[in-house]
Design a protein. Structure first.
Lengths: 265, 278
């Protein structure tokens, strides 16, 4: 075959890109077991002291983790409610301005999160008295909404609405139709959107770093603050745990929703 | 009209949330900035070489990162679209990782590698290629490397969708009509994949224009891009007017790019004789 060389070239580039993408992550995992404070490669021995340090030291990573989980879960649950209803209104009914409504729902994607963070910061300082968690929660709730709307719409777009009519003609009431037909069939879109939205919130930095208050700090901000003071392998240890958690999530996603749902850009 | 009312009611909660917590604040602060200081903050931005330099740095870093991501991402996506081997699954998992692993963690990996006492310097010193550690961390180079690492997956995903939809038989037809691989690429594959190239480049370019974590962690305190400058104006200079100007200028740049692309792709689709789904 004449295109053999082209394919070989592409294959080499592809493999190099994969190595480039994975290398820093593998190195983090390896150096997290290093016994010395100075990172060397390969590590001179094996130790779990940096993992112990996550829990024992005054890193406050665990309280950061709890805060991040709280904000992420709350924002995701609320947005699943808002986003799924919004997606239904766009896909279920025909009306003028459907495209405009979809653009409206996804508009936070086009706004730099740092600009939105600055705006919220100014509004908060004018209103006053908005506590730690609400400051970040409001921001996250807005910027993750597009992911849920978009993924749900992508499923409802190819939805066979006659199924709903069939259920109704068989005697189901609207609430039964919604929970037994519509929601189960839209589930892959809702679940994949919710996972993406949660992860976005969990990893979010730009917004949180401006809106954070000493009483409520999320995990990524804790890690960045720690980094500025101490650059020891505790960072590698907490990073390794986050990488492993991501691996678990990707395996679960593959099993329950299929990775295709996450590849629609 | 009952159906219309139901659609309205379903759309209401999300619409209200966006209106109250997003649209109104964005407009209100813009109006307030202009009401208190006129357009002075914006004029200052465009007349001060310091700020213009930051804007130019942001554009330069974004252009380089986008270009390299396309250069490396295209062959990768092409290989992934055509291969039937089991490697494809592994590659997809590696590509999907950016959605899952925080930018802080990924930047940390590059800090470990590129630092003065970092692993690359240790290696080069150990072999004896260099006698003094190279300064790689806290430079524009480090930011670009970290940025490409973050952005390639998005580029590959955008290209993969389009390349997978090109029938390989079209390429075989070109070969059998006497085209060489280069001609086949230039006249068949490349034109058919332009929508993916455009959407990938726009996505990656805007992400890089607005990025905060990577320039902050890999660029150091003296390296400034638009997003990091917003935070610096607020936390270090206490100049809220300047922060507002930078925020809204960045927003305007992103919106103009999106608008231009939407208009030009609509045009392109029309010329190609395709409808919405072409």
């Amino acid at each position: 075959m004449r295109d053999g060389q082209v394919n070989l070239l592409c294959k080499i580039v592809a493999i190099m890109v994969m190595i480039f993408l994975v290398a820093p992550l593998i190195i983090i995992i390896v150096v997290s077991f290093t016994p010395t404070a100075l990172i060397t490669f390969p590590p001179q021995g094996f130790s779990l002291r940096w993992y112990v340090n996550i829990f024992a030291g005054n890193t406050k990573f665990i309280s950061g983790l709890i805060n991040s989980l709280q904000v992420g879960l709350l924002a995701t649950i609320l947005d699943v409610f808002l986003g799924v209803l919004g997606a239904l209104s766009i896909c279920r009914y025909n009306f003028k301005g459907k495209d405009i409504l979809l653009n409206y729902f996804t508009s936070p994607m086009y706004v730099p999160s740092i600009a939105f963070a600055f705006v919220l910061l100014q509004v908060y300082s004018q209103i006053g008295g908005i506590n730690g968690m609400a400051r970040i929660f409001i921001g996250h709730m807005i910027i993750i909404l597009p992911y849920i709307v978009r993924n749900t719409v992508s499923v409802l777009h190819v939805f066979n609405w006659t199924l709903e009519d069939a259920a109704t003609s068989l005697g189901a009431n609207p609430i039964q139709v919604f929970f037994k037909i519509t929601i189960p069939l839209a589930k892959p879109g809702i679940v994949s959107g919710a996972i993406l939205a949660f992860l976005y919130s969990f990893d979010e930095v730009a917004l949180s770093s401006l809106l954070t208050s000493p009483r409520f700090v999320t995990l990524p901000i804790r890690i960045m603050n720690y980094m500025e003071l101490t650059f020891d392998p505790t960072l590698a240890a907490i990073s390794t745990l986050l990488i492993l958690a991501s691996l678990v999530i990707i395996v679960l996603m593959d099993k329950f929703v299929g990775l295709d749902m996450f590849m629609k850009n | 009209m009952d159906r219309k009312r139901r659609a309205f009611l379903l759309a209401l909660p999300a619409s209200l949330a966006l209106l109250i917590f997003f649209i109104v604040p964005m407009v209100y602060i813009l109006v307030k900035t202009i009401a208190t200081n006129g357009f002075q903050d914006f004029v200052d931005f465009f007349t001060d070489p310091f700020y213009l330099d930051i804007l130019w740095t942001t554009i330069r870093v974004s252009l380089i990162s986008t270009f390299v991501s396309l250069l490396l991402g295209y062959p990768t996506a092409y290989f992934m679209a055509r291969t039937k081997s089991r490697m494809k699954k592994v590659m997809i998992i590696i590509i999907l990782f950016p959605f899952l692993v925080s930018a802080v963690v990924r930047s940390y990996g590059w800090m470990v590698l590129l630092g003065t006492n970092g692993l690359i310097n240790q290696l080069l010193l150990g072999i004896g290629i260099i006698s003094e550690p190279l300064k790689m961390l806290n430079t524009e180079f480090a930011v670009i490397v970290g940025m490409i690492h973050l952005l390639i997956p998005y580029m590959v995903l955008a290209l993969l969708g389009v390349l997978q939809s090109i029938d390989p038989n079209v390429e075989y037809a070109a070969y059998s009509l006497g085209a060489n691989p280069l001609q086949t690429f230039a006249k068949v594959v490349f034109p058919l994949s332009t929508p993916g190239i455009i959407s990938g480049c726009v996505l990656v370019f805007t992400m890089s224009m607005t990025s905060y974590v990577t320039p902050k962690l890999l660029g150091g305190s003296k390296f400034r891009m638009m997003a990091t400058m917003v935070v610096q104006e607020i936390n270090v200079n206490f100049d809220w007017g300047a922060a507002a100007a930078i925020s809204y200028i960045l927003l305007a740049v992103i919106l103009v790019i999106q608008l231009l692309v939407t208009l030009s792709t609509a045009n392109y689709m029309k010329r190609m004789g395709g409808g919405k789904n072409a």
